[in-house]
Every structure is written in C-alpha cells, then in structure tokens.
Design a protein. Structure first.
Length: 319
C-alpha cells in the first residue's frame, strides 16, 4: 500500500485508545447492539487521540488512490482473548476490549450498521474459519475468497467495511486482498468503460439473504467517468449479454493487475471504501485449535437517512 494509506499510532496514542475502550466496555447496558451502548460509543469516540481522529476524517474526505486505510498499533490484549469462535454466524454480543476498539474507531467514520438477514443483525461481527466451510465463498471459509464489493446486490450497501485483526493465522500467510478502481481504471479501454457504465449486469444475493431477490440490472462503473464508483462481485455478478461479459472479464483482469495483499497482524484495522475498492482473502490453513485467525468486522454508512425506510425504530439494523 501507498505510505499515505498507512497510519501508525504511537505507543502513547495506543494506550489512550485502550483507556477509552475500557470505558466503553464498562458502559451499561452491557449489550453491543443496545442503542444506549452505541450512544455511549458515539460520545466516547470523540475522546480518541486527535491525530487518529484527524487521519480518519481526512480518509473520509478522500480515500486516495488505494481507497483503503490501514491503522496499525491499536491495542489488543491477546492474553485475555478467549478461543477463536468456530461456529457459523459468529458475532460479538457482550462488549469486550477489542469490540470496543473497532466500535470507537469506526464511529469516527459514520454510523455502524448491520443487516437483519446477516449474522442476526449484530453490529460487531466475527470473521473466522469454520470447520466444514473451508471451500465456501463466504467469511467462514479459508480458501481464496473472490474479489467483491460488500453486499453488491443491496440498494443500501455499506459505505465502508472495517476489519480489525485480534488474532493472526498460525502461519502468518493470510492476506486481506484489496484492489481499487482508481488504480484499475487506466487499464480499461474506452469501449469497455462505456459498456461497464450501462445497466447490463445483475447480482443475486448470498445465501444469508434468503428473502431477497437479485438486483435490478445495474452498471459496474457508476458516476464520474474519470473517477467512478464500482459495483461488482466477481463471485456472483452476471452479465446480461456477451459484450457485457467481455467487458466484465476485462474489468476483473484490470483489478487483478493492481491487487494488493495485506497480512494483518493483531492491532491492525483495515478500512476499505466500499464504493471504490473490491476486497477478498487469500488461502490459509486453519487448525481449529482455538488460536485461528480472528477478525472483528463492522459496516459503516455515511448518510444514515438514506436507509431510514428500512431501519425499524431508527435503529442501526437494515431489513
């Protein structure tokens, strides 16, 4: 990643984040998904180190050519961690130190959201390998996960996806893979760009959204010709005609040429702009011994009013 996309906390700043996280972890009620706990998180997030808050604000304004921000040296109390979960749909319900760290940090971006049909609508989710899911194209797998925009099919996709490493994989080979449309665009022909900007693609929902239907036809490149957003999932997005299929293949090839791998270590928080960046995962080998790779995940939305019609009681969970 470009050096401008990496932010490293000082040890003093790291200690301060830990102090604020302890305050949030102790806030009542001790339920991450409770509105009052999330409200406490909003209040406490403004007391994070000023340099960290400023860098997140700068990234929010312009995520740069990589479209991602890697924050390093956040606090993780590895000795206090329980075993890595090994069940499908794993989430954090009771506040802990690490779940408080990702909550505080990502609340500096916007509102944390979740989807009722995904991981029971929990606001802080776990990304962990699950026995029997190795080859699945989801966050419980351990084979290579294809590049995708999060919830491509959904009208209210998250603006950001945040992944906080609390435990690395045993062999330290697992990579978060990211690829930015700002770097890939120059590799596309004008003809392909024109096709990709037309609504000639559909994306079905994943199995975690059983009541949803495929998206309406949509473009893969949206907005400004010289700086478009991307809406693509190379696992499931389908072209509606042969020319659209060839353009999609060219787009996938362009993204593959500019992909970057990040080996997350405990204390790393990776934030990706879900309009500019596709993300995926490399292969790794879990041992299912309680010490496997463990990430916390949050989704963030900038304009909370945009999804109000599908959020019951003005909460944080989208139907």
């Amino acid at each position: 990643m470009d050096s401008q996309s990496i932010f490293v906390l000082t040890d003093e700043e790291r200690a301060r984040v830990g102090e604020v996280a302890d305050l949030l972890a102790a806030a009542q009620p001790a339920e991450i998904d409770h509105p009052d706990w999330m409200s406490a998180g909003r209040d406490l997030s403004v007391t994070l180190p000023a340099r960290l808050a400023a860098r997140i604000r700068q990234y929010r304004h312009d995520p740069g050519p990589d479209g991602s921000l890697l924050i390093r040296n956040l606090p993780v109390r590895e000795a206090e961690l329980p075993d890595t979960p090994q069940v499908l749909g794993s989430v954090e319900k009771v506040p802990g130190h690490s779940s408080s760290v990702i909550t505080l940090t990502t609340l500096q971006l916007g509102e944390i959201i979740a989807y009722r049909n995904e991981k029971s609508g929990a606001l802080v989710q776990n990304v962990v390998p699950v026995p029997g899911q190795e080859a699945e194209q989801n966050n419980a797998g351990s084979k290579r996960l294809g590049m995708h925009v999060e919830n491509t099919f959904h009208d209210n996709r998250p603006d950001y996806v945040a992944l906080f490493c609390v435990r690395a994989d045993h062999d330290r080979v697992a990579e978060l893979q990211v690829t930015s449309v700002r770097r890939a665009l120059a590799l596309l022909s004008e003809t392909d760009r024109a096709v990709l900007a037309e609504p000639r693609y559909v994306t079905p929902p994943p199995s975690s959204f059983p009541t949803r239907t495929a998206s309406e036809p949509h473009a893969l490149l949206i907005g400004a010709e010289d700086d478009p957003n991307v809406r693509a999932d190379f696992i499931s997005t389908e072209p509606l005609d042969e020319e659209a299929g060839r353009a999609k293949d060219a787009l996938e090839e362009a993204f593959a040429k500019v992909v970057q791998g990040i080996k997350l270590v405990p204390g790393d928080l990776a934030i990706v702009n879900n309009h500019l960046v596709l993300h995926g995962r490399s292969h790794f080998t879990p041992r299912y011994d309680g010490k496997d790779r463990w990430l916390h995940r949050t989704f963030v939305q900038l304009d909370h009013r945009r999804s109000r019609a599908v959020r019951q009681g003005n909460g944080n969970v989208l139907d």
